[in-house]
Design a binder for this molecule. Structure first.
Ligand code: BES
Ligand code: MN
Ligand code: ZN
Length: 502
């Protein structure tokens, strides 16, 4: 899908603009948006509203052809609800309506002349970015491994109509929206690929490809190098599987050389069987998504690299599968992490924290400005927050409150929201082991919190946040598939950091 900005000045009438289809908003109570009014010289739009063919409610549409005095071939009326009530949801729905109606028209190019300036508490840039995200989300197909591809008919070109004075803002927003959509698509693609294709090696090759395309630096460590680094915890997870573990380091150094990097660490379990603590069979296929943290790191770096973001960002991915076998780690085994702390592995299915803790120790060497880890870490997070919010965990001092707020507001800005959860010493006690420095599980109570508390023990040397995306990274059921979350949150977080560093 090709996006562009078309500008208009006070002397030009919208009615004179050529397009396969021009989309304009109308409100409930038969009110027209300013753009719709400009197309209504003949009174045809008013007549259509009077006829009751379109209610003006959000999601209602009506397609008119060859409206007198309008150069565009079609006029698509889109209901925006009550005048003055245009909000995030209605705007996204309007973009989706354009896609749905035009999907059946075949090859049409659309000019969106919507009152994007009127969205409550938002601005034009937000409206353009989020429209692009909705349209690209709608056109994404997970058909890479289908022998027959779906032919996507319909909307190929979308132009946003903006006032000439807003051209620069609009063009920036367009570039951001497209880069973000490209990152999200990559994350979805990696998530949807099965465990026999998207292996640790495949993730490493994807990082190498990105490095080549965007001139980033990349390093991939293999088992021998991980042994030398004494990553006993990460390697204990990799003991059971046939696929070679990989530790991926991908650097986008767009900031000043002396600026401390922001580090993203993504859980890259390419398939989680649970190991010897084997999971039940039902729905186990969905554990191919257990690398969505890693996928979101790669997607986010793709987005910021395309935008040439002026910020130093390092992505780190511990990647392995979690399989049972004769060589696999057993419940009760005690392993020594890179930090020197010992861990009693009471449950081999709590493997995410075992790979992340060594990665969190490894990144100390970067003297990070902040570290954010992203992981499909616990089913308990799905129980507590459902599928709407990612779980956000940090310590509770002023530096961490500030980092938490940066992430929360980046989430709100994009609809890719997170909700803050506690990390407190009282929960830490649940990780007590009789035989090692800690156990890798803390019992059923507060499972997402004790998981975060485990990670917290490896992050004492920098400011750190943890995002549990088990509930948000993919959808089950008929619409089964990766969502691309939280790439929008992370990319916006980094864009805000780059803007603040200026
Ligand atoms: N990858 C899972 C977490 C998960 C579960 C994500 C369901 C999405 C949906 C993780 O490795 C895991 O198995 N966690 C266990 C931890 C438990 C053994 C303490 C869980 O949540 O059951
Ligand atoms: Mn597991
Ligand atoms: Zn897992």
């Amino acid at each position: 899908m090709d996006f562009s900005i078309k500008t208009i000045d006070a002397k030009t009438s919208i009615a004179s603009l050529k397009a396969g289809c021009i989309a304009v908003g109308i409100y409930e109570n038969k009110k027209l948006s300013p753009q719709a009014q400009a197309l209504d010289k003949s009174g045809e739009i008013t007549a259509a509203l009077k006829s009751g063919d379109i209610s003006g409610k959000p999601g209602s549409t009506l397609l008119l052809r060859k409206v007198a005095g309008v150069a565009a071939e079609r006029v698509l009326l889109i209901g925006l609800g009550a005048d003055g009530e245009l909000n995030d949801k209605v705007t996204s729905m309007a973009a989706l309506c354009v896609a749905r109606v035009l999907a059946t028209l075949g090859g049409a190019d659309a000019l969106l002349a919507l009152p994007f300036d009127a969205v409550k508490e938002r601005d034009l840039a937000w409206a353009i970015r989020s429209s692009i995200l909705v349209l690209r989300d709608n056109s994404y197909r997970s058909d890479t491994l289908k022998s027959k591809k779906e032919t996507t008919s319909g909307i190929k070109k979308v132009a946003f109509l903006v006032a000439a004075a807003k051209a620069a803002v609009a063009k920036d927003a367009l570039a951001q929206g497209v880069a973000l959509a490209n990152g999200i698509d990559l994350t979805k693609e990696l998530g949807n690929l099965p465990g026999n294709v998207c292996t640790p090696t495949y993730l490493a090759n994807t990082a190498k490809k990105l490095a080549k395309e965007f001139k980033l630096s990349v390093e991939v460590l293999d088992r021998k190098q991980l042994e030398a680094l004494k990553m006993g915890s990460f390697l204990s997870v990799a003991r059971g599987g046939g696929e070679a573990p990989k530790f991926i380091i991908l650097k986008h150094l767009g900031g000043k050389a002396k600026d401390a990097p922001t580090v993203l660490v993504g859980k890259g379990i390419t398939f989680d069987t649970g190991g010897i603590s084997l999971k039940g069979g039902a729905g186990m296929d969905e554990m191919k998504y257990d690398m969505c943290g890693a996928g979101s790191v790669l997607g986010t770096i793709r987005a910021i690299a395309e935008l040439k973001l002026k910020l130093n960002v390092i992505g780190v991915i511990p990647a392995t599968e979690n399989m049972p076998s004769g060589t696999a780690t057993k419940p009760g085994d005690i392993v020594t992490s890179m930090s020197g702390q010992t861990i009693e592995v009471l449950n081999t299915d709590a493997e995410g924290r075992l790979v992340l803790c060594d990665a969190l120790t490894y990144v100390e060497r970067f003297k990070p400005a902040a570290v954010v880890d992203i992981a499909t870490l616990t089913g308990a997070c799905v129980t507590s927050l459902g599928h709407h919010n990612s779980g956000l965990f940090t310590r509770h001092d002023s530096a961490h409150d500030a980092l938490a707020n940066e992430l929360l507001s980046a989430g709100k800005a994009t609809g890719d929201t997170a909700w803050r959860m506690p990390i407190e010493d009282s929960y830490q006690e649940q990780l007590k082991s009789n035989f090692a420095d800690m156990a890798n599980i803390g019992g059923p109570a507060g499972g997402s919190i004790t998981a975060a508390c485990f990670l917290e023990r490896y992050t004492k040397k920098y400011t750190w946040a943890h995002l549990d995306i088990a509930g948000t990274a993919w959808k089950s059921g008929a619409a089964k598939g990766a969502t691309g979350r939280p790439v929008a949150l992370l990319t916006t977080f980094l864009m805000n950091r780059a803007a603040a560093a200026k």
